[in-house]
Design a protein around this ligand. Structure first.
Ligand SMILES: *Cc1c(COP(=O)(O)O)cnc(C)c1O
Length: 234
């Protein structure tokens, strides 16, 4: 049973890796600059173990509680990222497990994160989440002005490394809308790179199971894949 699960997940990983390579080629990019994050939310630990065994060290969870249950004593060389909304009262729990919070959407959360990291004497990476779809249900900074003002405050907080940006495309079949969303994030990324060269941002996290090829064409270097690796969620 366990071997069948491993074999399935390994096959799924390999086919996604092949698609990353072909999407990168189409875009004239080097595939080795694109990382595959396995998103294990709602799936049991065995699934995460299988992905790890198949060579995936970058894992994403979207809820703090579930991340803690699954990953508090996982392989020490795995990189666990929180990709879902972080509430201030869960910051301490989150930093005990995650090496990166990819969903910072307010200054206040970053401030609390900085305070808790400082108390523990540890540094953490962060991505700023931007709401490129304009959908009310989505988190993230929602205007360029808000994003840039927040960067100027967040960058002064101790123990935090701003690594880049993250977004979720709109839920639609409209490829143009999806591409527009990714392109908007890539443009913001370039703007920050140009105006804040000292930050040395290097991460553009965008693209999920249904839209990662478009994201790669638009410059993504972390794609976050759940369904294509582990099957659909209930
Ligand atoms: C669930 C989730 C994913 C993965 O979605 P799939 O469509 O299953 O690949 C990626 N990013 C975030 C932020 C998520 O919450």
């Amino acid at each position: 049973m366990e071997n069948i699960l491993f074999k399935n997940i390994q096959d799924n990983i390999n086919s996604v890796l092949e698609e990353i390579i072909s999407a990168a080629k189409i875009a004239g990019r080097d595939p080795s600059e694109i990382k595959l994050m396995a998103v294990t939310k709602t799936k049991p630990l065995e699934y995460a173990e299988a992905a790890y065994k198949a060579g995936i060290k970058l894992l994403g969870e979207n809820r703090v509680q579930e991340m803690e249950e699954k990953y508090s004593s996982f392989h020490s060389d795995a990189e666990i990222h929180l990709i879902g909304h972080l509430q201030r009262n869960k910051v301490k729990k989150a930093i005990a497990v995650a090496c990166s919070i990819d969903s910072i959407d307010k200054y206040e959360t970053a401030e609390e994160l900085s305070k808790c990291c400082k108390a523990l004497g540890k540094d953490i990476s962060i991505l700023l989440e931007y709401n490129t779809s304009g959908e009310q249900s989505k988190n993230g900074f929602s205007s360029e002005k808000e994003l840039f003002e927040s960067i100027d405050k967040i960058r002064n907080l101790e123990n935090l490394n701003i690594k880049g940006l993250m977004t979720i495309a709109p839920f639609t079949d409209d490829e143009k809308a999806i591409r527009g969303s990714f392109r908007m994030l890539a443009n913001l990324f370039r703007k920050i790179e140009a105006s804040h060269p000292d930050l040395k941002i290097d991460t553009l996290s965008m693209g999920m199971s249904s839209d990662f090829k478009i994201a790669i064409e638009e410059g993504s270097n972390i794609i976050r894949i759940g369904t294509r690796l582990f099957g659909s969620r209930n």
